[in-house]
Design a protein. Sequence first.
Lengths: 323, 259
Amino acid sequence: MTIDRILVIAESNNGQVLPASLELLTEARSISDKVDAIAWGKDTASLAAEVGSYGAGRLFDVGDIGESLPGPHVASAIAAIVNSENAPSIILAPTTYDCRDIIGRLSVKIDRPVITNVVGLDQEGDAISSSHVLFGGSQIATAQFTGKMPWIFIVRSKTFTAEPSSGQPAEVVGIQAGDLGATANASIVSHHVETQSGPKLDEADVVVSGGRGLGSQEAYSMVEELAELLHGAAGASRAIVDSGWVPYSRQVGQTGKTVKPTVYIACGISGATQHLVGMKGAKNIIAINKDQEAPIFSVADLGIVGDLHQIMPKLIEALKGLS
Amino acid sequence: MNIVVCVKQIPDPADPPTMDEAKGTLNRNGKLIMDDSDSYGVEMALQLAEQAGGGEVTLVSMAPNNETSGLRTALAMGAAKAVLISDDTLAGSDALSTAKVLARSIERVNPDLVVAATESTDGYTGTTPVQLAELLGWPSVTFAKKISIEDGKVHVQRQTEVGYDDVECPLPAVVTVTAGVVEPRYPSFKGIMAAKSKPVDQLTPSDIGLDASQVGAAGAGQRVVSVEAAPQRASGDVVVDDGDAYQRIVQFLQELKLV
Ligand SMILES: Cc1cc2nc3c(=O)[nH]c(=O)nc-3n(C[C@H](O)[C@H](O)[C@H](O)COP(=O)(O)OP(=O)(O)OC[C@H]3O[C@@H](n4cnc5c(N)ncnc54)[C@H](O)[C@@H]3O)c2cc1C
Ligand SMILES: Cc1cc2nc3c(=O)[nH]c(=O)nc-3n(C[C@H](O)[C@H](O)[C@H](O)COP(=O)(O)OP(=O)(O)OC[C@H]3O[C@@H](n4cnc5c(N)ncnc54)[C@H](O)[C@@H]3O)c2cc1C
């Protein structure tokens, strides 16, 4: 088996390809010079320039799927590509809600397994090894496919750095989903946006996160204020998401977002392994925790042992004075 | 309203996990418990069946060594019965072969709704339930943070990057739930006693028409080639707050030119 084409799922939001898909296009063009992308939605053709500049030669366009959940449609379209002369050797998808649905269905349609939660890819000739974080980051496992292509990988965001090349706009090629039967019967009735100002959590240069140590939902306003002063985003541990203090979209960790900011400030977070996997890649980590033994200190560049209710207000005042 | 809940039985996450380096799989020889992530699905199913005015909640699990202790916990919460698929040939299954086993078992129960967790605690591929839905030919709604059933349809608040979508889906369907969708009950003493005599149907792959080449390590199209210690991040300064430690943070941020 030789590695030939690579197909990257280009998920988009408001007419822009997600950074996680651009990261995969960047990686794909370092493995092969034949990279294609696939997208769905109302005005997919408008993404051709963007995916092209990241290295995609062609953009398969599934078209407008209305208010259907994308899983069945896009999986069916990819299965059609796999059964054509354009068959990819490798399929790369970012770890998003919709891509997990797409890949789960695709895996059954073409009877191929999936390697998930990938945090690195290594090419050696015609073999690809993927790396995976085990047990909250204490160990790294390397995996390989043993069976037939295409090999399907679902990759965690921030695994690669997105870098544009000088590529021309991709050639847009229409692709139809086949008969979907009952599988496509789930449809979106309405969208609800929980307002969030400032930079996005997984793109911000500074992330300030709060945990159960805040003691109350009200105290989260200190986290938000500090984040705003530093032009950053506010994050959270799962403990306070599950308690309903903040929406899930703020969660950092294994089941939440992966962030790699210049500085991550953890306030009242113990540093459970499932939290650490989501933020250990930050360039600098500052932790405030009253327990000297808290595991978060083992990854912190600067650890402050103390009561956040004393420290955070003073820090906020000092930063206000400077800005 | 008959509902199947997929219940994964896993090594206690509180015990340090170990890998079988030769096989590249997680050791699952000790006692197994119900994955905490599935307690939300069990509770949700019990409440939905009750609101529908009746029907049974059936558990389906694939696990080694005829393990039932995790299933007993879910039966003690109130589920009526369980189906357990266990066999040495299933060891080393990947998510796709797991989904094949679950799908065949669920077809025998013929439910209106299948509930699973969004992702398990140990393997967390998050792909099994959707693979299952595709094998059954059913629609699926993943990442549910709220579920209700009206007019033969399941209504779901599905988490998104920016908030949530209201999604509507006719039955039968597969729905995956997140932690926090409901508050799982603790089994009562009466429930624990009753669970001991509830039926657990024990099956092997051949009972559900799958042969050994399709499942387990033999059916898995991937392998772990190595496991190594990850490079550790070195820790830096840890200072005890004397009232002025916030200044250290200000200084740190200034050095990075962030203020
Ligand atoms: C399958 C699975 C997936 C998970 N995924 C995630 C995930 O994606 N993200 C995630 O975050 N977690 C995740 N978890 C949960 C994780 O294991 C922890 O339970 C969680 O991260 C704990 O949150 P916490 O640190 O806020 O709370 P705690 O662990 O309760 O820590 C609170 C900390 O605050 C400190 N504190 C208390 N009062 C003060 C004070 N006044 N001043 C300063 N410090 C104080 C305490 O010393 C303590 O260290 C997952 C768990 C499982 C099983
Ligand atoms: C660290 C690690 C990494 C792995 N990586 C991969 C990988 O990349 N690709 C791959 O194919 N396999 C992988 N596996 C194997 C995979 O975990 C198992 O195949 C498992 O049987 C199903 O996948 P899951 O636990 O990831 O389920 P998920 O898809 O995360 O499970 C979601 C839900 O499905 C239901 N469910 C899952 N398994 C069962 C079961 N046995 N019985 C009843 N209900 C169940 C539960 O409700 C569960 O919460 C990995 C295993 C480990 C330990």
